[in-house]
Design a protein around this ligand. Structure first.
Ligand code: 13P
Length: 253
């Protein structure tokens, strides 16, 4: 079995002091026992340097939660892919449902962000997932198909091969309502079918597809055991050292 990925998305949480404490605690534990899984943490922008300062130790990689669709210049308040690359970040979450919902990020904008990530050699963790009404209406496959195709399928094979996908059903995010292992497995298999159709089986098999949505230390083992689930994108549970480390360990067996 290949090495899984566990990425912590801190979202808009913590003070500077709390972030510092969380990173220090994480380092203490990871230095004692480094999990097999690749660990990525995605703090808010103002706390980024706290994390990048320790990146050289190789205990974790650091990702951003968002990037600008623009390259550089007069875009007040934006943070560019090239800025993040110059701080040695490796990954960037793109298309999170919270950004789609609260910041009106549409397919066109997400394509531009993916292109920025590619241009500056950041690995996109591209999020897809249906809402509850969409699932209840039986439209979940259609929704995810559109998101994957519009967001990523303009990439050539070499570019696409760098992308990580995260399946995050919107109804499972922050709700405690995790997708059943079956639902996760089925959607991951479906996404791989779409990739096979566009890029071929070899690329599809090699693509890392993470699950996200109320993943915690109680359910991680079962989710990660599903065929085609290559790890997790963790929200709330990534803010608690014990929880996050437990999830990382469960991705390491
Ligand atoms: P929760 O783990 O808090 O449900 O959040 C998942 C998520 O949105 C990660 O990006």
């Amino acid at each position: 079995m290949r090495r899984k990925i566990v990425a912590g998305n801190w979202k808009m949480n913590l003070s500077f002091q709390e972030a510092e404490e969380l990173i220090n605690d994480l380092i203490d534990v990871l230095e004692e026992e480094s999990p097999e899984a690749e660990v990525i943490i995605c703090p808010p922008f103002p706390f980024m340097e706290l994390a990048t300062d320790y990146m050289e130790e190789g205990l974790f990689k650091v990702g951003a939660q968002n990037i600008s669709p623009f390259d550089a210049g007069a875009y007040t308040g934006e943070v560019s892919a090239s800025m993040l690359k110059s701080m040695d970040l490796t990954h960037c979450i793109i298309g999170h449902s919270e950004r789609r919902k609260y910041f009106n990020e549409d397919d066109k904008m997400l394509t531009a962000k993916v292109n920025q990530a590619m241009a500056h050699k950041l690995i996109p963790i591209f999020c897809v997932g249906e809402s509850l009404p969409e699932r209840e209406a039986g439209k979940h496959l259609e929704v995810v198909r559109r998101q994957v195709r519009h967001g990523l399928f303009h990439l050539d094979t070499d570019e696409f091969a760098k992308v990580v996908i995260a399946y995050e059903p919107v109804w499972a995010i922050g709700t405690g309502m995790t997708a059943t292992p079956e639902q996760a497995k089925d959607m991951h298999a479906y996404i791989r079918t779409l990739i096979t159709e566009r890029y071929g089986n070899e690329v599809a098999q090699a693509t890392m597809i993470l699950y996200g949505g109320s993943c915690n230390s109680e359910n991680a083992t079962e989710i990660f055991a599903q065929e085609g689930v290559d790890g997790g994108l963790i929200g709330g549970a990534s803010l608690k050292v014990d929880e996050f480390i437990s999830i990382c360990k469960q991705a390491s067996v």
